[in-house]
Design a protein. Structure first.
Length: 150
């Protein structure tokens, strides 16, 4: 494993432990050259999950795309990176537990919104406004109304 700081290939594992409910291994590593430490994760490689987009095109599932949207939604909100990581792990587990080789972006989007609603309502509304492509203030207000009724 290359060091992300200096690209040295001589790194050693200093600690290993199970992560993500025993579905992966978290390894702390240290670079032999610069001495900096970093974390890597090992996961079982499975058949790639394909995502069906709105235009019916397909692409390989990419966790970072969900993460980008969630991070934007949670910007300047009292949500820690640990909470976001935990939420992303939960969403990913739900997606992979469907045991489908293809999943529509609409399914992923609804899962994200469901989890964001539990985590932070403002982040939920931010995500929903982009995901649902609110066309005007009325549709935005309808969504807020649903949130306030609960």
């Amino acid at each position: 494993m290359k060091c992300p700081y200096c690209n040295e290939e001589d790194t050693k594992v200093i600690d290993s432990r199970p992560a993500d409910e025993n579905s992966s291994i978290r390894r702390r590593r240290q670079c032999g050259k610069c001495g900096k430490r970093f974390t890597t994760y090992e996961k079982l490689e499975t058949m790639p999950l394909m995502v069906i987009k709105k235009d019916c095109s397909r692409e390989v599932y990419d966790r970072s795309k969900i993460e980008d949207g969630v991070l934007r939604s949670c910007h300047k909100r009292p949500v820690s990176t640990e909470q976001i990581d935990r939420m992303l792990d939960e969403i990913e587990n739900l997606i992979f537990n469907m045991e489908a080789r293809e999943v529509e972006t609409s399914v992923i989007g609804e899962l994200v919104m469901e989890k964001l609603k539990e985590l932070d309502e403002v982040a939920y509304v931010r995500f929903a406004s982009v995901y649902r492509e609110f066309k005007d203030v009325n549709t935005f207000m309808e969504e807020l109304g649903k949130l306030l009724k609960k």
